[in-house]
Design a protein around this ligand. Structure first.
Ligand code: KIV
Ligand code: ZN
Length: 554
């Protein structure tokens, strides 16, 4: 990078806007939404959608509640053209949905576009030409007057062909975009737009759409808002226009630019689901809609099944939604930090109790409203201490380690976490516990256990697999565990020990209830060791716990 970037890059000039109004306004209702997923979004895909993918996306957009959908650029490819024809001929467009098509100001392209729309009920013909100084100079090599002539000529060509649609009952709305508007002098944007308006002659009863694109974000969003307010204030026949915003996200402020543009007087917003589109993408329409929703304003779009919508989007576009993408990302309703989790728990409990307005810390909306769930991710690292380990096993799996066993397992778990050099999840921690205690079947593995008692004396007749070989063992004691302990010591050659602590609890995973037993034994030198066993039968769980402890000693 340059040490003096000003030698190469210039700040964008500010707009002179005396009596600026937008900073003190607030949004009170939703704009008209127009999805451009099937055009701007689609044209930016490495592999554009095929007709069946476009149909799937179209149906999903209709289901979300979009009433205006830019379906493509029918003069640009056969796929786009035949997509239009299928939508129209197979009657797939609901009566309250308008389809929109993009076209450049060229006769052959306009001709083809009109042809693709014959038979539709409601359409927007969207014509654009580029107007910024750089486009005029480098791309077209045309003066301002010549650029205006391109727009006026295109507008006339469209006007001349309208009867081909209207005579068949099609309701047509016209839309003009001075492409690269945000990099264009506002005075010139006004001049060229008014020249198009003179041809199209919009009225308050039959308005035209003037779309003012932030084709490439070149300034802060307040500058875009100034440009929109400047046009809204200065353009002729404002009440015959629907002012539309179309922001991209080059500086990462597409959402902010749209929201400020609405404050500045715009009526309509174009964008895509999750911000798909050229370069850094188009405006993420879901974000603006959900931002309205979180202020209690009904957006008129329904994202109740956000997960389903993401699956459709990923399937049809091949794009993914980033895990931290606002509202839709996988992690946006997940808390990792203990203090956040605590605050959310308390906030949710308060909301449940009082049912007042939503003000749960760290959660901007109730995830259930969009079919999501709040999730806590609790993890331990090598610094977490035995308490953290025990808390995780208990809170996530209901495993209540005896205090003294926590002192044994805590350091063992921390040592493994340290070797891994990262935090581990509760599931990984449970696996460590299982490896260390429950799955300890060497040298002694239980093959069969049986014990019965007469007059308080229990005889255990069991079989073990010892170093791969099965053999029977017998022992006596004042209970089944004592009898099995004696069988191990006296018959199976285990080192001498005594049972010092025994605890059991029930565990339920899924539909199956099982018991978890913990046994602590003391060996000759006075050292204590824990074991644990799981079984649907509590007696067998304790026998396995004893074997686990003995195996761990050996
Ligand atoms: O970004 C843009 O300027 C466009 C226009 C065609 C509206 O997509
Ligand atoms: Zn665009």
């Amino acid at each position: 990078m340059l040490s003096h970037p000003s030698s190469k890059y210039q700040p964008f000039p500010l707009i002179t806007l005396p009596n600026r109004q937008w900073p003190t306004r607030h949004l009170a209702s939703a704009p008209i939404w127009c999805s451009v997923d099937l055009r701007d979004g689609n044209q930016a895909l490495a592999v554009p959608m095929n007709v069946s993918q476009k149909l799937e996306m179209f149906d999903a957009l209709v289901k979300c509640g979009f009433k205006e959908i830019e379906v493509g650029f029918p003069s640009a490819s056969n796929t786009e053209f035949s997509f239009n024809r299928r939508l129209i001929e197979e009657n797939r467009i609901p009566d309250d949905v308008t389809i929109q098509c993009l076209v450049q100001a060229r006769e052959d392209l306009i001709e083809k576009t009109v042809e693709s729309l014959i038979g539709a009920k409601k359409v927007v013909i969207h014509m654009y030409n580029s107007t910024s100084p750089a486009q005029r100079k480098y791309v077209f090599g045309k003066s301002k007057e010549e650029i205006i002539a391109v727009a006026v000529n295109g507008a006339q060509l469209i006007k001349d062909r309208l009867h081909r649609l209207t005579s068949g009952g099609t309701r047509v709305t016209l839309q003009y975009s001075p492409e690269s508007f945000s990099a264009t002098e506002v005075e010139f944007a006004k001049e060229i737009s008014e020249a198009v308006m003179e041809v199209w002659e919009p009225t308050p009863e039959h308005k035209m759409i003037l779309n003012l694109p932030d084709t490439v974000e070149v300034a802060m969003p307040n500058v875009y808002a100034d440009q929109i307010e400047w046009i809204c204030t200065n353009i002729k026949k404002r009440n015959s226009l629907i002012i539309s915003l179309h922001t991209h996200n080059d500086r990462g402020t597409g959402t902010a630019a749209t929201e400020l543009g609405l404050l500045a007087g715009a009526d309509r917003v174009e964008g895509t689901l999750f911000g798909n589109g050229e370069r850094t993408g188009n405006l993420d329409i879901v974000q603006v809609a959900m931002n309205l929703y979180m202020h209690g304003i009904s957006p008129g779009l329904d994202f109740s099944d956000m997960n389903g919508l993401i699956r459709m989007y990923e399937r049809t576009t091949g794009m993914t939604v980033a895990p931290r993408h606002p509202y839709s990302g996988e992690l946006v309703f997940t808390a990792f930090s203990g203090s956040h989790q605590d605050a959310i728990k308390k906030g949710l409990a308060g909301y449940e109790q009082h049912q007042t307005a939503w003000d749960v810390p760290y959660l901007t909306i109730d995830p259930n409203d969009i079919g999501r769930e709040y999730r806590e991710v609790i993890r331990v690292n090598s610094q977490s201490g035995k308490g953290g380990v025990a808390y995780l096993l208990e809170s996530e799996f209901g495993i209540e380690l005896p205090k003294d066993m926590q002192r044994e397992f805590g350091p063992l778990a921390n040592e493994i976490v340290d070797t891994l050099g990262r935090e581990v999840t509760a599931t990984e921690l449970k696996e460590m516990f299982w490896n260390e205690y429950i799955e300890r079947d060497s040298p002694y593995a239980l093959h069969h256990f049986h014990a019965d008692g007469v007059d308080g004396v229990f005889t255990c007749r069991s079989s073990l697999v010892i170093h791969g070989k099965e053999r029977g063992v017998v022992g006596k004691g004042n209970g089944p565990i004592a009898a099995f302990a004696n069988a191990l010591i006296e018959d199976a050659g285990a080192p001498s020990f005594e049972v010092t602590t025994y605890r059991e609890q029930s565990l339920s995973s899924g539909t199956e209830a099982s018991a978890l037993a913990f046994i602590q034994i003391r060996v000759n030198e006075g050292k204590t060791v824990w074991g644990a066993g799981v079984d649907t039968n509590i007696e067998l769980a304790s026998i396995k716990a004893l074997l686990s402890a003995v195996n761990r000693v050996i």
